[in-house]
Design a protein around this ligand. Sequence first.
Ligand SMILES: *Cc1c(COP(=O)(O)O)cnc(C)c1O
Length: 385
Amino acid sequence: MTIPGQLAPSPRLLLGPGPSDAHPRVLTAMTTPLLGHLDPQFLDIMAETAEMLRQVYVTKNRLTIPISATGTAGMETCLVNLVEPGDKVVVGSIGYFGNRMIEIAERCRADLTTLKAEWGQTIDLNVLRETLQRVRPKVVGLVHAETSTGALQDIEAAGKLCKEFDALLIADCITSLGCTPLKVDEWGIDAAFSCSQKGLGCPPGLSPVTFSDRAVAALKARKSKVQSWYFDLSLIESYWGGDRAYHHTGPISMVYALREGLRIVLEEGLENRWARHLKNHLALKAGLEALGLKYTANPANQLPQLNAVRIPDGVDDLACRKRMLNEFGIEIGGGLGDFKGKAWRIGLMGVNSKPSSVFLVLAALETVLAGAGVKITPGAGVAAA
Ligand SMILES: *Cc1c(COP(=O)(O)O)cnc(C)c1O
């Protein structure tokens, strides 16, 4: 075998559902020389990272740590730690990732009740209330920002309901953290999970989770051991929090990355960051609509950071995305699940939520759509943006 050449990927603008581009400062931080994972200096770096994570999640939760794996590991961590076989669990699914939560809850052998909304819609709070009243679950799982449809679920209101019926609320905040308002303590979220590669401007590889005192108490009150050794928070916590006992080798460079990503978020300020995502979304939306593209999500619950639009009839999904990538260096996402072949997903997350992303993707889309035979006025999208 000949040895492959040195890495030389083409330049890309990552405007899909994730990963989004990492901030240059994050990539630089990752080249910092390694420390041992139990080096006192690294332990300080871990503590700083956890403290900044608390600020970004807007929580005082002591148990706030990044799990060493991608976002789905956070989902799995929350479920396997809080659900024992036979526990009553309600999962609300509004798309592909809600269905993933259902799949994991089934594997935890939960006594499961599922609520499903049509793709693009969200779970009706009256339906949630009735279900909580009838089922009286221990745990409720909801997706805050459903990346497959672009819909935003009202987690604040769901949090109030879960408190009222004494259920623990698990929220998938993978696409919301660092992009849209999220206040873990104020909203009554008991367990939240996210990822490093969407709103936080880091590469994929870490999944920040946070557990409320109620969730920690539920974990301590378990009758059976957590089925996963690696994701057992009582063990991981003693590495991140308590006596710094060896559990697994911390991914040093990824922790450096997250630390830098969080520093950047806090320097900008959460409110400013949320406002920036909204502003750039509104510009993109004006442009996409001027090109005749229709959003898949109910406009009342549209995510700013993920813009899912229907592919016009007769337009070849793959051919267009290939042109976007090969000619313009822009990655946009295809549809998942019910929306496979039917939707494009344009992410404006973290670093990439900026005017230049909006104008570049619109200009490229205009060219590609015109080439695919769609009737558009050249320049209309960019002008509207
Ligand atoms: C991306 C995503 C996930 C999965 O995260 P990975 O990092 O790919 O494991 C889960 N839920 C939502 C809402 C997501 O957008």
